[in-house]
Design a protein around this ligand. Structure first.
Ligand SMILES: C[S@@+](CC[C@H](N)C(=O)[O-])C[C@H]1O[C@@H](n2cnc3c(N)ncnc32)[C@H](O)[C@@H]1O
Length: 256
């Protein structure tokens, strides 16, 4: 059996994560460069080592889950959320059920709270934020970020929602309280339902077509009628109809 295929099976057994659902060339390159750096010669040797070494397993998880994120990532899209999508969603409901899926270190769900607070008070906002990576979730809960993560944050929001600590910025408690973080694997775990808004950005690019199909189908079922799916800026859905979705705006889809 080829080295990588066996590795996929072993990792699945050990962690529940199915690497076979991530684009192969990309994932293999990332992991090969990690094991070579660590001095191993094959996936077989690498697995034997990480099976015994928790720190190495964590490094592997860190490498396979690319955590880069920032506040107001692709700022123009967040403007659309603020000026068009939220007002429409709030026409019929006073509180919204919101999910930031693959939230990484928290910049995305905290941005959702900041943007929505232009319409309703923070005390009425509740956001579920999930990721596969427990280390990322830990960082998200701490909520302290280097200045570069805030490059796109409007000055007014920076003053209102962050406390500066030296060269770092801490999300204030009122914003933090709006978000509940939880571990969730988009490829394996069950999805809640009746969401008004699902934000899932910059993770679909790593998955195979088969995996993407399954996740979009699940998102379609997890949204209530007229609920919105907000995707990343390179992640247009080409046949939204397949998932009972239709285009609301660029990178926003409405459940039919
Ligand atoms: C590049 S970050 C995107 C963060 C944020 N959504 C954004 O757009 O800035 C991708 C995230 O997807 C997470 N991820 C990868 N595979 C996942 C899976 N199967 N289920 C849930 N999250 C996953 C990674 O842990 C990582 O935090």
């Amino acid at each position: 059996m080829p080295d990588y295929i066996k590795f996929i099976e072993q990792i699945k057994r050990k962690t529940g994560i199915d690497l076979g659902l991530y684009k192969e060339a990309q994932m293999k390159r990332r992991l090969t460069s990690l094991y070579e750096k660590k001095g191993y010669a094959s996936f077989e040797e690498f697995y034997r080592a990480l099976d015994l070494d928790r720190d190495l397993l964590n490094e592997f998880l860190d490498r396979m889950t690319i955590n880069v994120s920032e506040f107001y990532r692709n700022a123009k899209r967040w403007e659309v959320l603020q000026t068009k999508i939220f007002p429409k969603l709030l026409e019929t409901k006073k509180t919204l059920k919101i999910w930031s899926a693959a939230c990484s270190t928290g910049e995305e769900p905290y941005t959702i709270a900041m943007v929505l607070s232009q319409h309703i008070p923070l005390s009425r906002i509740s956001i579920l934020a999930t990721d596969l990576d427990e280390n990322a979730i830990q960082k998200a809960k701490v909520g302290i970020y280097p200045e570069r993560s805030l490059a796109e944050v409007p000055e007014e929001s920076k003053n209102k929602f962050f406390e500066q600590q030296g060269s770092f910025y801490k999300v204030n408690d009122a914003v933090k309280k709006t978000v509940t973080f939880r571990k969730h694997n988009l490829l394996k775990d069950t999805y809640e339902s009746e969401f008004d808004l699902i934000v899932c950005r910059n993770v679909m690019i790593y998955f195979t077509e088969e995996a993407k199909n399954q996740i979009y189908t699940n998102f379609g079922q997890a949204l209530r009628k007229d609920g919105i799916l907000f995707v990343g800026s390179t992640e247009q859905i080409f046949s939204p109809n397949r998932y009972e979705l239709e285009t609301e705006d660029t990178f926003f889809y409405r459940k039919k």
